[in-house]
Design a protein around this ligand. Sequence first.
Ligand code: ADP
Length: 450
Amino acid sequence: MAASVVARQCLETVGHFYYLPSVPAVMATAMLTRRLPTALAVILSLAVNIALVSRESLTDTVANALLFVAVSWFVAEMCWRLRAAQDRARDLSDRLAHRNRVLDAILASTPVATIDRDGRVRFLTTRACAVLGASAEAAVGRDLADFIQDFRPDQLTDGADAVWTGRRPDGVTYPVSIQVGLIPENADGVHATLCLTDLTQAHAANARARELHAQLNRVWRLNSLGEMAASLAHELNQPLTAATTYLHASQDALEKVGLMGQSAGRTIDLAKAQLLRAGAIIRRMRELLAHESRSLQMERVSAMVADLRGILLMIQNDAGVRIEADIDDLNDHVRAERIQFQQAIVNLIRNAAEALQGREDGRIRVIGRARSDTVFEVRVEDSGEGVVPEQLETIFRPLTTTKSSGMGLGLSVTRTIVESHGGTLAVERSELGGAAFVFGLMREREMEDA
Ligand code: ADP
């Protein structure tokens, strides 16, 4: 304001400029501050001009003052609008810069390519280069059909997600999923964005899950047959022995009767032989399906559980539960038969998932911890109702079930597996509120110390 007064006084030597030197001062105030300081600047300019300039009449003074107020307020208003527009532009450019950074991050982590209408590659992210097995320099400008067998750009539909066969420059073929986003009427000439996903690993994981599933089913059939045979042998042993004893007693009695009795005694001999044969068949069957001859190897609990990922994912999705694994993988070398251990874990998890049926937020946890120098403890627990106290004694017996479609073999098979690994299967209450099935495996410390 002072500068404008000085400027005004200097300009007086050249001519009368009246309010003109005050206008830049009002503009500067408006650009830097808000309405109140600008109004003060206008009032100050009025006062200085009225004080320093002698006018011919009061009308002239008032008219000039009013004109100045109108012009300077209009200019100030323009300045404020300019400032607001500048702020908006700055904000917009900040947001655009942020969006660009986000887009760059997304592109860096996504395998995306763009193609033109003829199917030629226009752009390729680093991840997409890794999928196609070619550098951006080598791929841009080339036909995508050189990398994807039978690729036809005219057959693409917006939103489509199909599996194609990719062929890398070294001749290796692989399954690749391509998600299509068509760009309508683009001046750049880009026709579509393609999100490429190499499915090699996903297919291998699926194949592994299917193979393991089939293997576990086979092992389950054998294990449950063995359990039934053991149970049958146990149940039939007593009546067969009793029948043989009764026949023996009848034979003794008949021998005293005479010749007729002796002939009947020979027939009873035949009956006894058949009973003994039945006993031998059952014993043989039990031996055949027995689990005693396990071949325990050095295994890692974390790896055996991780291998079940595909199957656990299936159970998790079917039952709508959450399955977590928390295995101490620094101390988890044990002696185990891999497929049998996995069978035991899957049995316990299936039971837990069934116990959680109809519940929201159902949780199942597999915990593995080294409990001593020799024992690694495995725990499968859930957030269900738990096992009712009256059933605690009986649930491990074969053919004991509380389910309408249950066979009652899962826990007895699991217990047999655990025992053949030198452990004991026990049931407790879980921290999650439901049942916790716990067993120990023999540790292989040398492997960890090595
Ligand atoms: P099945 O599953 O065919 O019934 P099992 O031997 O696997 O046979 O289980 C026997 C019984 O033990 C089940 O019927 C059920 O009552 C009980 N049980 C097993 N696991 C659990 C669990 N996690 N929570 C509550 N009860 C369970």
